[in-house]
Design a binder for this molecule. Structure first.
Ligand SMILES: Cc1cc2nc3c(=O)[nH]c(=O)nc-3n(C[C@H](O)[C@H](O)[C@H](O)COP(=O)(O)OP(=O)(O)OC[C@H]3O[C@@H](n4cnc5c(N)ncnc54)[C@H](O)[C@@H]3O)c2cc1C
Length: 326
């Protein structure tokens, strides 16, 4: 969106293609509504439309739906194609009994919740409902925290959050000096709210999943875990069984989904993101640029905006031979 706005402001003709039914990426269907009111995004999209940018929703580039368009067609019909497809391939936990209901990726839970909330104020029943359920969230990062906050709002019966790493220190260690990102213990809103509702912090540290547990009908009943040391080696005798009706996997993301790149075969970096230098943004294809999470890996909105603006500047320079964008 930031690239589209910048390029439109200097007179280029812009089409934005989005496979979801609403514009906004993870700001719309990732970050929960209680953290980011979606009317702010809608307002911004309305302004951009009035400024002449054309948005195409339900249009999966390189996908199979009836509105889909191939990358080859986009490249042929446009001067430049900018990929900003995000880093949405989730890390899985392929342990025994993974298949079947009850175990979901965090984004299935969060995305469906936001869509149902916006479509019907959660009345259409088309979301994964944590009400009165024993919920376990695997992964102690920001996405896991949003699953905690959302489960609490549904009215879950219990809430536990597994983190494979040990508890972080309260203050920076010597090997983590400023300005490196501080690797210290923090309490986010999901933890605070969980303490308020259940009287304790939901986090369990150094825990690794061994096996999902299901009854004879395949219904999820819980998970078997083991404690691990700092090198992730299992510690003998620490196996434990936990009760769960719902388990959400929030263990990070593995770069952009690859179907769009099947034929094109853009070069990827060592973390399987689209390879393109920051502040240059051109990929291995001269007409294809990349910016945001699909280039940098799962990150923050400020970086997506920064990259979108930088890519716009470089695209303008490539098309016009010079640029006034900063
Ligand atoms: C649960 C969660 C919570 C977060 N909370 C915060 C937060 O509080 N603060 C913060 O700064 N950051 C947060 N982030 C990170 C932030 O949302 C992202 O870094 C940012 O949205 C990245 O922007 P982007 O435009 O690069 O990609 P995205 O926002 O991921 O957008 C990519 C878009 O491309 C679409 N797309 C993908 N493939 C195709 C295709 N083939 N055809 C058409 N469309 C396609 C996707 O549907 C998506 O809408 C959070 C992330 C998650 C997962």
């Amino acid at each position: 969106m930031s690239a589209a706005q910048q390029l439109n402001s200097v007179g280029h003709s812009i089409n934005v293609y989005e496979r979801a039914d609403r514009i906004g990426g993870l700001m719309m269907y990732g970050i929960p509504n209680m953290k980011l009111d979606k009317s702010i995004i809608d307002m911004r999209v309305d302004i951009m439309e009035e400024e002449g940018i054309r948005f195409h929703t339900n249009c999966d580039i390189g996908g199979k739906g009836k509105n889909s368009v191939s990358m080859e067609k986009l490249i042929k019909e446009n001067d430049i194609v900018l990929l900003t497809t995000g880093a949405t391939k989730p890390r899985d936990l392929p342990i025994k009994n993974r298949d079947g209901e009850g175990v979901y990726f965090a984004m299935e839970f969060l995305g469906q919740n936001t869509k149902s909330l916006l479509d019907s104020d959660l009345k259409d029943d088309s979301f994964i409902n944590a009400k009165d359920k024993d919920v376990i969230v695997i992964g102690g990062g920001d996405t896991g925290n949003d699953c905690l906050g959302t489960s609490l709002r549904h009215g879950c019966k219990s809430l536990t959050n597994f983190e494979i790493l040990p508890e972080l220190p309260k203050e920076r260690l010597e090997n983590n000096p400023w300005p490196i990102f501080p690797r210290v213990y923090k309490v986010d809103y999901g933890h605070e709210e969980s303490r308020e509702v259940f009287g304790k912090d939901p986090r369990e540290y150094s825990v690794s999943g061994k096996e999902f547990l299901r009854d004879k009908n395949g219904k999820l009943t819980g998970i078997k875990t083991v404690k691990v040391d700092k090198d992730f080696k299992e510690i003998k005798g620490t196996e434990q069984t936990w009760k769960a009706d719902l388990i959400f996997l929030a263990m990070g993301f593995l770069g952009p989904e690859d179907y769009l790149n099947k034929k094109l075969k853009l070069e990827l970096d060592e973390r399987s993101n689209f390879k393109a230098e920051h502040n240059i943004h051109q990929t291995s294809h001269p007409k294809v640029f990349a910016a945001g999470d699909c280039r940098r890996g799962q990150s923050l909105v400020v970086w997506a905006i920064n990259e979108g603006r930088a890519a716009a500047r470089e695209i303008d320079r490539k098309i016009m031979g010079k640029t006034t964008l900063d």
